[in-house]
Structures are given as structure tokens and as C-alpha cells.
Ligand binder design. Structure first.
Ligand SMILES: [Zn+2]
Length: 439
């Protein structure tokens, strides 16, 4: 949800639960990460770090050591193209058990190590210390999540009577599942911390565009929030009991056209792997490549679908846009730059670009799509005529953020986890302390 979408929801009278929370909290806009794609954003929220620490680079990426594509579900056709069972294993298990950085600390791990009880529903970054077996008897692979762990009906630490999550996504069955679990948890006060993830508004926004999403999904999203307030005995009783941070993980912008990011790299099929999804792409150089990342960047000059590319060169980051380049690196408490800084005029752009490039799983060239464009995924799918996200542009990157009873003012989605840990008096991981010092 975009800040404009949130503000409209609160003012329209159609979202009474959100409006109640907004009246009792402090509202601001915050910045997402790059790429502003769900697995990257949710990992950033749960670990309080950028991709340089949590190592999740995109919805789809090239695993250099295993020499294969990892696809977390850009679309059904993309999952099929990547190999359905591999895609499911990567999405459900490997993202948390293998791909999420070993040095990253999830908010659930930090809280439960301090003796608190964490709960999570449907959020894709869930790594914790508790072993959970799937609800399907023929699946035997365990996942490790927080003590109270609910994941699309596939993992359920407790019997809540929630309806099956995956009945009808377009009709809001994922949020209905989350709401039933949330109602059960709040009724029992069964947690110290609860990550309550509602994704059906994003689904509607992909189909209808960010301004049309409210028409079909706003009341449902609000009802899922109202379910928690009701379960506590009403809105005031809810706020007597809990401090709350309400935010989205990324925005969305309208998409009119789609392009294949593979096309500009025609003839280099033996040298590069291109992975793209929504409004971001990554290009990986294979060990046998006889071109470098600067050559790849030049191939994108004049591509209407591409606004800016990013790469590392001699310890610097290099952004290229319309044939012009900006070099930058951290230094002297800020950034040392050479070139036209206006090339990266997006929110918090230097920091987000630097952190994306610092991810060992990132491509050698990162691509941020131009406004109105999407890059087709492995299965050729796109959301032209609807909405999408993933790029550096403000519409994809800015999120609404509301704090109620929390003594913190997060300006980035990476600052949510440290706000939670500080609220409970739990020591922050070293990388969160360093980021707070640098901010
Ligand atoms: Zn999305």
C-alpha cells in the first residue's frame, strides 16, 4: 500500500479500524529497500537490515554456487518455468533455512532468545528456533519459526480453527486465514510480539493498479485489522494491551507496458543469466563471460523500460542512466560521489543501491525499471494494465508507517525491527546498532 492509499483509506471512512489506529498514533512516510520486492522487503523488516546483511536479493535470482535459478513465486507461470517443486521448496523452506544470511538476526530469534514469545502469520521471513512439521501428513520436512507459527495453513503451531488459507486468493482468503489466526492469538493474549502480515491488498493492487485496489480490497483489509481489535474486547482495550506499528513493505505504481530484459543481452546467452520480475531485474556474469558489468550497462542505454542500472567497480558503486554515470561510496559520515547526483534522485537511493549491491547473491548488474514499465518474469507474466513495484522510484519505494505506543520514529522499513527490540529492552544486533549510528 502506498502512503496516498493509506491516507485515502483513513480519510474515506471506509477503513474504520485503520482510521482508529491513525487517530491514536504518529504517522509518517518511510522508505523501503531496493529491489522493493516482497521477499526482499519482508526479510528487511524481520531482520532490521538491508540485502547486504540478509542476502535475499529479489523475487528471482541466480544461485552462483548451485548454478541454478531461484524463483520465489513471481507468478504461477514463472514457478512452472523454474520447476514447480524446486520453486515451492525455495519459497517455503530454502529462503529461510539456506538463503537468509547466517549473520542476520530475525526479530523472532532476538525476542525469543530473550525469553519472550513471538508469533507470526503468513510473513515469508519467519526464521526462528522452534521446529514445526507441515500440516500435510505426506510432507515431512520441518520449518524453523517462532513459537507461534502460522504459514498459509501449511504450518500451524496451534489448532485455531482458521479456514484454509489458499481457497480463493482473489476473494481474500489469505487475509481471512490471517484474521482467524490473529483473532485466536489476541483472544488468548498468546504472544509478546506478533507479526501480522496481510497481503491481499497487494494482490488486488497488482490486478487493478494502486488507485483501483481500494475498490475491491480496502474493506476486507480493514476487516482483518478490526478482527484483532474486536478480539481484545474493542479498540480501546486493544490499545491498552498492545503497542502497534502499522506499515506496508513497499508501494506500487501503475504499469502500462512490459518488456523482456533478456532482449538487450541477445547474443550473450552463454555469458550472462538474466532474472527479472515486476519492476526490477538482475544480470549475472557467468565465470566464462568475456564481457564485464560496464559492457552490460552500456547495452541498456536507450532502453525505454530501464531507468537506471547499478554495478560495482573498483570498490565504488556506479549508477548509469541515459548514458550518464554517477559513482559513489560511503565516506566521511555520508557519501563520496563523482558525477551528477541527480541521476539517483530517488528516496534514500544511495544507501539502498549500496546495500543491494553489497549482497553476495545480487547480480553483477542491477536494473531498476522506468515508470510505467514492468520486466516480464521467467514465465513471460507481467501486470500491464494493473500495478507493480520493485524499482527505486518513489511510488514503489515509499510506505505509510504508523506507530502507536512505540518510542521510536522509523524512517525506513529496516528500522522497524530495532524499534521492536528496543521496545522490549532487548539488545540490538551489532549491524542494527551500526546502522542507527550511521543514520
Ligand atoms: Zn506485490
Amino acid at each position: 500500500m502506498t502512503p496516498a492509499g493509506f491516507e485515502h483509506a483513513v480519510e474515506s471512512g471506509r477503513a474504520p479500524a485503520l482510521a482508529f489506529l491513525a487517530r491514536h498514533g504518529e504517522y509518517r512516510q518511510a522508505v523501503s529497500v531496493f529491489p522493493s520486492l516482497t521477499p526482499v522487503c519482508l526479510s528487511s523488516i524481520a531482520t532490521g537490515a538491508g540485502p547486504d546483511v540478509h542476502h535475499i536479493p529479489s523475487l528471482v535470482w541466480w544461485h552462483r554456487r548451485e548454478r541454478r535459478i531461484v524463483e520465489y513465486g513471481s507468478s504461477f507461470s514463472a514457478l512452472r518455468a523454474a520447476g514447480f517443486s524446486q520453486g515451492i521448496a525455495d519459497t517455503v523452506f530454502n529462503m529461510n533455512q539456506r538463503h537468509l544470511g547466517a549473520d542476520a538476526v530475525t526479530v523472532y530469534e532476538a525476542l525469543e532468545d530473550a525469553g519472550l514469545v513471538a508469533a507470526a502469520v503468513n510473513i515469508t521471513c519467519y526464521r526462528g528456533r522452534h521446529r514445526h512439521l507441515p500440516t500435510l501428513p505426506w510432507l515431512t520436512r520441518a520449518a524453523y519459526g517462532p513459537k507461534r507459527f502460522f504459514y498459509y495453513s501449511l504450518f500451524e503451531s496451534d489448532r485455531t480453527g482458521a479456514p484454509l488459507a489458499v481457497r480463493n486468493r482473489a476473494a481474500g482468503s489469505l487475509d481471512a486465514y490471517a484474521a482467524a489466526v490473529g483473532r485466536w492469538l489476541v483472544t488468548r493474549d498468546g504472544f509478546d510480539f506478533f507479526a501480522y502480515y496481510l497481503s491481499d491488498f497487494d494482490y488486488a493492487s497488482h490486478a487493478r493498479g494502486p488507485s483501483g485496489a481500494a475498490d475491491v480490497a480496502l474493506e476486507r483489509t480493514d476487516a482483518a485489522i478490526a478482527a484483532l481489535l474486536d478480539a481484545a474486547g474493542g479498540p480501546d482495550a486493544f490499545l491498552d494491551r498492545y503497542a502497534v506499528i502499522v506499515h506496508s513493505d513497499h508501494g506500487q505504481t501503475e504499469v502500462e507496458r512490459a518488456a523482456r530484459l533478456e532482449t538487450p543481452f541477445a547474443g550473450l546467452e552463454d555469458a550472462v543469466v538474466v532474472t527479472a520480475s515486476n519492476r526490477a531485474g538482475q544480470v549475472y556474469l557467468l565465470p566464462e563471460a568475456r564481457v564485464d558489468a560496464a559492457d552490460l550497462a552500456r547495452r541498456l542505454d536507450g532502453e525505454a523500460a530501464v531507468e537506471v542500472s547499478l554495478r560495482r567497480e573498483d570498490g565504488d558503486a556506479v549508477a548509469r542512466r541515459d548514458g550518464e554515470e554517477l559513482r559513489f561510496r560511503p565516506g566521511h559520515g555520508g557519501w563520496e560521489t563523482s558525477g551528477d547526483a541527480a541521476l539517483l534522485d530517488h528516496p534514500d537511493a544511495l544507501r539502498r543501491a549500496w546495500n543491494a549491491l553489497g549482497n553476495p547473491n545480487a547480480g553483477d548488474l542491477l536494473v531498476s525499471a522506468a515508470t510505467g514499465w514492468e520486466l516480464t518474469d521467467l514465465g513471460g507474466s507481467h501486470h500491464a494494465g494493473g500495478g507493480s513495484h520493485g524499482s527505486l522510484v518513489a511510488g514503489d519505494s515509499l510506505v505509510p508507517l504508523l506507530t502507536i505506543g512505540v518510542d521510536a520514529a522509523p524512517a525506513r522499513i529496516t528500522e522497524v525491527a530495532p524499534a521492536v527490540l528496543s521496545h522490549f529492552g532487548v539488545e540490538l544486533p551489532a549491524y542494527q546498532r551500526e546502522a542507527a549510528g550511521a543514520a
